[in-house]
Design a protein around this ligand. Structure first.
Ligand code: CAA
Length: 259
């Protein structure tokens, strides 16, 4: 795989780990990191051996947001036409395989928006989550005004975005924004364990489940139910459905092939 400067990649069996790696800037999203993270996710989506991806940062920061040094010089026309940030959230949100965010430390602004593009969020105790954009005269630009209220409800999202204040991992878990909170130093291990568990399931069914649940955030109930039903019916033509049900009836472990 390509050599990246701002992300590092580790593929171990069916699980790939992508680590944001700009420690001097607390993993702030600059144009190089955006380009490299998009390229890494493209490569992992194409790699048939990879079934689940963990996205992480450092103990100190998952990501402190968009790079303020880069943004400081941009006008409205510049940011719209340069479009150097949008691809990263779009790429993560449209990733077909399960994406697990493993958070520790500062998870702010565009970094929290990136975590919210993932499917499951594991956080270390001490993780701080927030949308502090209001403090620098802007608003969340990577979907935070839409994904945060869907995750925590309108009132908490208003409070977080209008005050710019951060919440703890425990509070985020109570609000439904984080799945699991684990002791410091265990976040990557816990996320990898979850990824391995998901990677052991039937891949076509995993993809269909992800597609249906992701659609529930965009669609009305009747069209969502219809999509869920279509995906459910389609799975009845897969080898993995035959294998899964036969294995159950024969009281053995299934051997899924991804077809
Ligand atoms: N962009 C660029 N550089 C950043 C950065 C960011 N978002 N966040 C931190 N850094 C840099 C700092 O400038 C500093 O670099 P130097 O040593 O060269 O000065 C280095 O990372 C370490 O940061 P601090 O010295 O500030 O570390 P700290 O531990 O004292 O504070 C912090 C940590 C509270 C996270 C603080 O760095 C901070 O408030 N960062 C900005 C957070 C923020 O406002 N994020 C939102 C950005 S806007 C956005 O994301 C828009 C969007 O929705 C798309």
């Amino acid at each position: 795989m390509e050599n990246y400067q701002t992300v590092s990649l580790l593929v171990e069996g069916p699980v790939a780990t992508v680590k944001l790696n700009r420690p001097d800037a607390l993993n702030a999203l600059n144009s190089v990191l955006v380009r490299e993270l998009v390229a890494a996710l493209d490569a992992l989506e194409a790699d048939q051996s990879v079934r689940c991806v963990v996205l992480t940062g450092s103990d100190k920061a998952f990501c402190a947001g968009a790079d303020i040094k880069e943004m400081a010089k941009l006008s409205a026309a510049d940011i719209e036409s340069a479009d150097h940030l949008k691809p990263v959230w779009d790429r993560a949100a449209s990733f077909e395989k399960p994406l697990i965010a493993a958070l520790s430390g500062y998870t702010f602004g565009g970094g929290l928006e990136l975590a919210m593009c993932c499917d499951i969020i594991v956080a270390s105790e001490g993780t701080k989550l927030g949308q502090p954009e209001i403090n620098i005269g802007i608003i969340p630009g990577g979907g935070g005004t839409q994904r945060l209220p869907r995750a925590v409800g309108k009132y908490k999202a208003m409070e977080m975005i209008l005050t710019g204040g951060a919440i703890s991992a425990e509070e985020a878990k109570a609000l439904g924004l984080v799945n699991r909170v684990v002791p410091p130093g265990k976040y990557l291990e816990e996320a990898t364990k979850l990824a391995l568990e998901i990677a052991s399931k039937a891949p076509v069914a995993v993809r269909a489940a992800k597609e249906a649940i992701a659609a529930s955030q965009e669609m009305g109930l009747s069209s969502g139910l219809e999509l869920g039903r279509t995906l459910f019916y389609d799975l009845f033509n897969t080898e993995d459905k035959k294998e899964g049900m036969s294995a159950f009836l024969e009281k053995r472990k299934p051997n899924f092939v991804g077809r």
